[in-house]
Design a protein around this ligand. Structure first.
Ligand SMILES: Nc1ncnc2c1ncn2[C@@H]1O[C@H](COP(=O)(O)OP(=O)(O)O)[C@@H](O)[C@H]1O
Ligand SMILES: [Mg+2]
Length: 243
């Protein structure tokens, strides 16, 4: 595989894995196109619209970058342009490619694009679908994870931290488990490399807060605080730095 960047003029910039896509175009980043082709297999309700696509035996997830919070209400999908490589889709694509090279279980990046108009841009990212997986929010609403599952969650986070990657949104909707019970991390928008170790503990605390929050919110939620220790044990087993 090779990562190729293509700047085709009129503010259009693409980045893609040439073993998965031969020629990126506007259409492949447009949900409407995939709907017309009858290739949409599902969608996820997150901040924005994430659709699942089946195309020539490939399974892809297409996400449009959407802002959350107050700014999002005004500029829902527009970002200030600071350079192609500093755009969110390009940064997430390159970060995923890097972590894949390091052997982490994160989705393979397929293609990303931005469309710049003056000082703003809009962007989209396509990744490979993690086969037969569900996010932990959905799993925990159905049944509990066992001790070794929780250790594996901790291990996955430690492997990410060992690469000095900080997860901006470390919550259970961004952690997936497949049918082999392998743990995967997703949603690396705004994630980046960070030096040092002090932030790692805080990054784990963010996940713990999300578990407490979901437990309070969902009538049935199969998680107890006692299980947190397994996660920490798994983390410490592979981490460069104990927390
Ligand atoms: N590569 C993937 N494979 C399988 N499911 C995914 C993948 N990426 C996202 N999902 C599902 O879609 C949901 C939303 O996607 P995500 O990338 O987290 O976007 P956001 O949180 O910004 O809406 C996730 O919680 C997960 O359930
Ligand atoms: Mg998410």
């Amino acid at each position: 595989m090779a990562t190729i960047r293509r700047d085709i003029g009129a503010g259009h910039h693409f980045i893609f894995d040439d073993s998965l896509v031969s020629q990126p175009n506007e259409d492949m980043f447009t949900p409407h196109f995939w709907h017309l082709e009858n290739k949409v297999t599902g969608q996820a309700k997150g901040r924005g619209t994430t659709i699942f696509i089946e195309h020539e035996h490939q399974h892809w997830v297409l996400r449009h970058y959407i802002r959350g919070g107050l700014v999002g209400k005004l500029l829902s999908d527009q970002y200030v342009f600071l350079g192609v490589e500093r755009s969110r889709p390009f940064e997430e694509f390159r970060l995923l490619a890097h972590m894949r090279d390091k052997g982490l279980r994160v989705p393979a990046p397929v293609a990303a694009r931005i469309h710049r108009r003056g000082v703003i841009y809009r962007g989209d990212l396509i990744t490979q679908t993690i086969p037969n997986s569900h996010d932990l929010h959905r799993m925990l609403c159905e049944k509990p994870l066992n001790e070794s599952d929780w250790q594996n969650v901790g291990k996955a986070l430690a492997e990410m931290h060992n690469c000095q990657v900080y997860h901006h949104d470390a919550n259970i909707r961004n952690i997936m488990m497949d049918d082999k019970r392998d743990i995967w991390l997703i949603d690396f928008d705004r994630c980046h490399f960070r030096s040092g170790d002090k932030w790692k503990k805080e990054n784990l605390a963010r996940l713990l807060r999300s578990l407490h929050k979901e437990k309070a919110k969902n009538p049935v939620f199969h998680w107890q605080i006692e299980q947190w220790q397994s996660c920490i044990d798994g983390y410490n087993a592979v981490s460069n730095t104990a927390v």
